[in-house]
Design a protein around this ligand. Structure first.
Ligand code: FUB
Ligand code: ZN
Length: 639
């Protein structure tokens, strides 16, 4: 085996103070809360209509099966706001179906983490509801089923049928793995079979405007062994960006429609792509699918394209928090080193997709840089997406916020100073839930003879090589201990985190390659690693215009920020001292700094040395910001 496989979530028990708390929050608070939101039962939250659409689609199918006429509604828009007069029409975004299947996926991992009969029964009920909305030919998308089935598959560019299929398939595989129940899996396979029929070899040369079907088909292939799904995934990858453009054919080349191929990563055949472009979530979902196809078809050229794109993201287009997507316009990547703090988009889903991409790269190229990115996203730009109580969420994760600007400047209206209860476009909340409840699956990968530790936390892991108990103080002292009960000799590979300049191991002479320290394990043993989590002042490449003269503060994998609650208004007036004398209380960091005194109302005046007062600055973990009400926040500070 040339590539590694993730150790499945069900074989990993997270016992860590930090991550276990998050995983339990998903189970106890987030999953029930999101179920209510999907059922439109959260007061003051944006309506979902997701479950309502499935009920309506099932009714419509039943009527048609009985030979009754059903009304036809327009299918020319992305969004259909709930309106009483359209009570028989689809409501919401064309991809509204995905919210409930992401929820089911989160439930699946949660059941692996902790069996729960009531929750499983609730998910079984949701699956019945979804399956009742599947047409006889396998088609399963409530938007077209309700509004006009004759228009199905006529607008792959904008109308997310392949995207809805992808999320359905991912949930189906997860639920099958967790429970052994195959009802949703069979539904996903029937939909996949239809897609293969319509878009397979020598059929319509379509591919989705919003990627995910590529990696979902691979998951389906890996669980069913149906080679048609691998073939279909490869076709979707290979067709994108080739001429004549499918989106031109579909929309009529001269329709006058604005065709922005970059937005859908369809500007070039994927093997020729060198940079991350277009809509950020679509991008990272595509790159994840490309990496999967490259792995299963031994396609080096395709994998090299993934490598180039990954490096472009990690070295030039990613925020220090792991956020990606610098502009609201198209929720998109822009250009190298364009990382504005206050206009950032940095959608929660985009960082989640980057974790998917990084994990797939890591499976094939055993280089710590991929897990470094996973860690950066997980501890920062993803956790920031969820409130401490699990009942409010960020879609956009900016690095600098002035609540007044969010309200008064429409260029910043996408930036919210407080997490929201729900969204009419609610892609992020259930995506966060499904990733965090599956955290265990990102920690370890293995080949036939090597066990890789990619993320550090306390956990119990079972593999055919060993049972390993990990006791971690990674976020405290940086010490992690591995108690290994060996079943057969193997190599243990420990990632050396990018932020750790000083590290040591209790076992001598590891072999170090591409950021992993390798140890031969012959029998039972206890081994420990220490990665010194020093508080660091982080400078951003000076090509990034917005961070000139500024720095960020990190400790270990955690990015810190300043909030108005601790440091007063006008955070732009603060400066970190050259000898900050950092101190860490186990959670927050304090440091010496200055506040500039504004002693004039003149807008312009001849330069004079600023007057400053000495103050104590307080930094909190970035992911915790906005949990104490509306206030200013900044990751970067003058230095
Ligand atoms: O289009 C589906 C999802 O909605 C995208 O991934 C998000 O960016 C949001 O636009
Ligand atoms: Zn999202």
């Amino acid at each position: 085996m040339k590539y590694s496989k993730p150790v499945l979530n069900k074989n990993v028990e997270i016992t860590d103070d930090f991550w276990k708390q998050k995983i339990e929050l998903i189970r106890h608070e987030v999953i029930p809360y999101q179920w209510n939101a999907l059922n439109d039962k959260v007061d003051g939250a944006e309506p979902s209509a997701c479950i309502r659409n499935f009920r309506l689609a099932a009714k419509v199918l039943e009527k048609r099966a009985n030979g009754e006429e059903t009304p036809v509604f327009p299918t020319d828009k992305w969004h259909y706001p709930p309106k009483a007069e359209d009570e028989n029409s689809f409501w919401g975004w064309v991809f509204q179906d995905t919210d409930i299947v992401k929820w089911i996926e989160a439930v699946a991992y949660s059941l692996e983490n902790c069996p729960d009969n009531d929750l499983e029964a609730l998910a079984d009920g949701a699956i019945d509801l979804i399956c009742a909305a599947q047409a006889d030919n396998g088609y399963l998308d409530t938007f077209y089923t309700i509004n006009n089935p004759d228009r199905a598959f006529t607008n792959l560019r904008d109308h997310h049928e392949l995207y809805c299929f992808g999320h359905l398939a991912e949930a189906a595989v997860a639920y099958y793995n967790a429970t052994g129940k195959d009802k949703l899996l069979n539904a996903a396979c029937r939909f996949a079979d239809l897609i293969c029929d319509v878009f397979g070899e020598n059929r319509k040369a379509g591919y989705g405007g919003h990627e995910i079907a590529e990696m979902a088909l691979i998951r389906l292939y890996e669980v069913t062994n149906n080679a048609e799904y691998l073939k279909m995934a490869k076709l979707l990858v290979d067709r994108r960006g080739t001429k004549p453009y499918y989106f031109d054919i579909e929309h009529g080349r001269n329709s006058g429609d604005r065709l922005d191929y970059f937005y859908n990563q369809a500007h070039l055949p994927v093997r020729e792509q060198t940079e991350a472009v277009g809509h950020a979530v679509r991008g990272v979902y595509l790159y994840s699918g490309m990496a999967d196809v490259a792995r299963l078809t031994n396609d080096e050229e395709l994998f090299n394209a993934c490598k180039r794109i990954f490096d472009n993201i990690a070295q030039k287009r990613m925020y220090v928090t792991g956020g990606i997507g610098s502009t609201r316009d198209g929720e998109a990547f822009t250009f190298d080193y364009d990382l504005p703090n206050d206009l950032a988009y940095a959608e929660s889903c985009a960082s989640i997709g980057l974790v998917f991409f990084a994990r797939r790269m890591l499976q094939q190229d055993f280089d710590s840089k991929y897990a470094d990115v996973m860690e950066r996203c997980l501890y920062n730009g993803i956790l920031s997406g969820m409130a401490e109580d699990g009942k409010a969420f960020f879609y956009v994760n900016p690095l600098e916020v002035d609540p007044v600007a969010c309200e008064r400047d429409s260029r910043k209206s996408h930036v919210k100073p407080l997490r929201q209860k729900w969204f009419d476009c609610a892609c992020c909340p259930p995506n966060i839930a499904r990733l965090i409840s599956d955290y265990g699956e990102y920690c370890f990968t293995e080949t036939d003879n090597t066990f890789f530790v990619n993320l550090y936390q306390s956990a119990n892991v079972k593999t055919d090589k060993a049972d390993i108990t990990i006791s971690s103080d990674y976020l405290g002292s940086g010490k992690v201990t591995f108690e290994i009960k060996t079943k057969k000799p193997f190599r243990l590979a420990l990632r050396i985190p990018y932020w750790s300049d000083h590290f040591s191991f209790s076992k001598a002479n590891p072999f170090i390659k591409k950021g992993y320290a390798y140890f031969d394990i012959e029998g039972d043993e206890t081994l420990s690693a220490e990665f010194e989590p020093k508080i660091k002042i982080i400078k951003c490449n000076p090509r990034v215009r917005s961070n000139i003269g500024k720095v960020a503060v990190m400790r270990g994998p955690i990015v810190y920020c300043l909030e108005e609650k601790d440091n007063g208004k006008d955070l732009q007036l603060l400066r970190l001292s050259h000898s900050p004398k950092f101190s860490f209380d186990g959670e927050c960091i304090t440091a010496n700094g200055y506040r500039e005194i504004v002693d004039t109302n003149e807008l312009y005046y001849e330069y004079r040395e600023a007057e400053e007062i000495l103050i104590k600055l307080k930094f909190i973990p970035y992911f915790q910001w906005a949990n104490r009400g509306k206030n200013e926040m900044s990751v970067y500070i003058r230095y």
